[in-house]
Design a protein around this ligand. Sequence first.
Ligand SMILES: Cc1cc2nc3c(=O)[nH]c(=O)nc-3n(C[C@H](O)[C@H](O)[C@H](O)COP(=O)(O)O)c2cc1C
Length: 204
Amino acid sequence: MSSTTVELRALREPFDRFVELLGVAREVGPERLPEPTAFALGTVGPNGQPSVRILLLKAVDVRGFAFYTNYESRKGGELLAHPQAAMCFHWQPLERQVRVEGLAERVSDEEADAYFASRARGSQLGAWASQQSRPMDHPGALDERYHEFEDRFANGAVPRPPHWSGFRIVPHRIEFWHQGASRLHDRLVYTRDGDGWRTEVLFP
Ligand SMILES: Cc1cc2nc3c(=O)[nH]c(=O)nc-3n(C[C@H](O)[C@H](O)[C@H](O)COP(=O)(O)O)c2cc1C
């Protein structure tokens, strides 16, 4: 790679760029882009086996990209054992893709409590009811557990389950891809360098 394509950029820059694109994606509207915050999350399991699934982004700032899940799920266990993670957003109507690579860290209890409290009561009860990623021993087990917790918390607020919280992916690489004519796409990669980022343009 020629050094002429390498430049140093401020810490905020790729996050600001991401937030701006997410704003444009939200403006597309639910008919053409129903879940603008959806992304594929790749994690590493035993023996280096990757696994991937779709999640929803709940926060982004210069610290990284945060989402919520069950820490006892497959992805939860994988991230707690191997923090290396990858995210991929695809905004088809924008002809754009953003790829993020980094290390997962737990969000603070305060942050998780605040987000959990903002969820609908049904989703809060669902977080208690679902033993995410574990086998169900009989059909109906999920509904039974849901009603069990509905009764348990009938007289007040639903607290956040201890195993339900968030991860923040602290990125060391962020790539912005923009579709071009004749497959001559733009690829701009930010790689963490000290307090800022090094950028490079890649062949598509
Ligand atoms: C559009 C969409 C959004 C989703 N959002 C979340 C989410 O924010 N958190 C979550 O734990 N699972 C979410 N899921 C479910 C996950 O894809 C996955 O099935 C679940 O988390 C279990 O994954 P695991 O067994 O690899 O841990 C979502 C699925 C879809 C299709």
